[in-house]
Design a protein around this ligand. Structure first.
Ligand code: IDP
Ligand code: MG
Length: 154
């Protein structure tokens, strides 16, 4: 079993403004995932266009770029077994209204355009690595063992 898959996660400006960074980080820590990178930053226009390039032709694109650049975000890289798929299941559906209670969007969101968190899409092959590369330099990702690693994996 590979326990070193890395995935990109970001608390969006609404999550930052609402004081949800700690709550969200706690959920991934409690699950057993390992934080290997973290950056509090403001996304500029170029980065927003690159990150959300797949949605360029959608009617919500301009509003999405305006929103994601409107204030600080907390970008992170989490590592663990099947990390991309596990994180997406903890995040919920794109629309908070469709997200089950217990998921981050199901617990903290109401509106599709204010859904608190971004996570790499597990159905988009290589999205995790592409997004990590976009936001982090290799030397900003740290290698270490969680002290409880032996109890997290068989
Ligand atoms: P995801 O964040 O669950 O991967 P995507 O379909 O990749 O969802 O869309 C990226 C982001 O664009 C969503 O998280 C949401 O903030 C925004 N978005 C997606 N669809 C709509 C829409 O129909 N109206 C407004 N915003 C949308
Ligand atoms: Mg997506």
């Amino acid at each position: 079993m590979s326990d070193d898959e890395r995935t990109f996660v970001m608390v969006k400006p609404d999550g930052v403004q609402r004081g949800l960074i700690g709550e969200i980080v706690s959920r991934f820590e409690d699950r057993g995932l390992k934080l290997v990178g973290g950056k509090f930053m403001q996304i500029d226009d170029d980065l927003a266009h690159e990150h959300y390039g797949e949605h360029e032709d959608k009617p919500f694109f301009d509003g999405l770029v305006e929103f994601i650049t409107s204030g600080p975000v907390f970008a992170m890289v989490w590592e663990g077994a099947d990390a991309t798929r596990q994180v997406r299941s903890m995040v919920g559906e794109t629309d908070p209204a469709e997200s089950a209670p217990g998921t981050i969007r199901g617990d903290f969101g109401l509106d599709l355009g204010r859904n608190v968190i971004h996570a790499s899409d597990h159905e988009d092959e290589g999205a995790n690595e592409r997004e990590i590369d976009l936001f982090f330099d290799e030397d900003e990702l740290l290698d270490y063992e969680r002290i409880d690693a032996a109890w997290l994996y068989e």
